[in-house]
Write a protein that binds this ligand. Sequence first.
Ligand code: G4F
Length: 322
Amino acid sequence: MKKAFITGIAGQDGSYLAEYLVSKDYEVHGIIRRNSIPEHQELRISHLEDKVFTYYGDMNDPTTLSRLLGLIKPDEIYNLAAQSHVRISFDIPGNTVMTNAVGTLNLLEAFRKECPHARFYQASSSEMFGTGMDDDGYQREGTPMLPTSPYGCAKLFSYHIVRNYRKSYKLFASNGILFNHESPRRGSNFVTNKVVKAAVSIKLGLQSHIELGNMDAYRDWGHSRDYVRAMNMILNHSIPDDFVVATGMTRSVRDMCKFVFDYIGMNYEDYLKINDKHLRPEELPYLKGDASKIHHVLGWQPECSFEEMMIEMIDHWMRRLK
Ligand code: G4F
């Protein structure tokens, strides 16, 4: 039985990954941060209560990371913990860098010292590309990375330090460069789930309007459940390497909003207010990933379409709010 250690196990991706690994007979361990309202902390993994082992831990507590890796001796380490909200990274840049950059270094050091034969997955992000783009309008593994946020800068440090540790110490350490990925488990301050929750609330008479920021940003949106499968495939490849994970299709926030409101029989323009507080000091206008490498080398393909995913999210909020 393989053992996996997941940082960020209680998050959207951590919960789908834990579910997937349990289904593949892994013994799954993960850390959660101490929170003053413990009832909310493990909501996304409450259905796995008897199937996974959770511990208090923090990316900025290297002693705990070392102790846990020394105790568990995992075969696979998935570093998914992060301050994951890009706009909020402008409000708390120091915390974002400590968690998303220094935290990765802390975990790599614990890995190198306590279980160097394990395999290490780093949750790298398309936000690292920022305004970098190839001439054909795609971002892929070799595209220049010019991040536009503290979040993107911190993730770029982690991406490079993982490559550096791989080469310097001959470790199995890989990056998945994941484009946006969503699900009903997405936090409701990310744009897809914010729009879905608001549209359903408006339909049910619980809310009057929605406030958004940049409607003309384009994103490549896939389903988290598909993307955690890619993480596991990346770690089970014969060599450590870096892979873009994306759908290859891009849509604007406006298109996404129109799809959701149309689906439930409303016109988004009747309910939309633009509020500058949702804009970022530097915007990232356009993301579209080329996942050819992971298609060809590992045989990964997404299974859920954008439309199926958004409808799953709409159904989720309809059930919850009714
Ligand atoms: O949903 P978002 O907040 O996601 P964003 O910033 O693209 O970041 C997500 O994807 C990254 C991968 O590229 C991850 F690394 C990261 O952790 C996170 O998961 O915003 C998407 C777009 C942005 O362009 C934003 O400006 O939606 C635009 N937007 C417009 N109005 C809004 C809003 N975003 C949010 N969160 N809230 C709004 O009211």
